[in-house]
Design a protein around this ligand. Structure first.
Ligand code: DQA
Length: 144
């Protein structure tokens, strides 16, 4: 099973960026930890990070032909991007939204996700473990 793991803007700054909220692990740490878990579970993962909305839209479009599922942390675009929402809606593969932080307990503007309603579901507030939880959801969902 091939899974695209897409991380949005500023996720390349993990480890340095607001560590009290996002933790001290870097994006490379995230990718190696999640990569190892995926391998154990027999998932073939491809990581993609971009600060550019259109590139994320293109990657979601590519997922339709080249992946069985997507795990996405759209980061700040969660709260603003109709284009990413439409791209998720346009593809047939299941998409799980993940956030490291609990966006519902933060500033008001983070309470709205434009993307979650078109995803299979949203996981937030569990740090890196959220990506592993998304694997569990996809495993169950895709094996149905
Ligand atoms: C985030 C939450 C977003 O509100 C924020 O803009 C991010 C990271 C998270 O993983 O908690 O960049 O998606």
């Amino acid at each position: 099973m091939k899974i695209f793991i897409i991380n949005g803007p500023n996720m390349q700054l993990l480890g340095k960026r607001e560590p009290d909220i996002y933790g001290s692990e870097t994006l490379a740490d995230l990718e190696s930890r999640i990569g190892a878990i995926a391998e154990k579970r027999g998932f073939d993962v491809e990581f993609f990070q971009s600060n550019h909305e259109g590139d994320i839209v293109d990657k979601l479009g590519a997922a339709d032909q080249n992946a069985d599922a997507v795990i996405i942390n759209p980061a700040a675009y969660t709260h603003t991007s109709v284009a990413i929402r439409d791209a998720i809606k346009a593809i047939a593969v299941p998409v799980v939204e993940v956030h490291l932080s609990n966006i519902t307990e933060r500033e008001e503007f983070r309470h709205t996700s434009l993307t979650a309603p078109v995803c299979m579901g949203q996981i937030c507030g569990f740090g890196l473990m959220g990506y592993e939880m998304a694997f569990n959801a996809l495993d169950k969902f895709l094996k149905k």
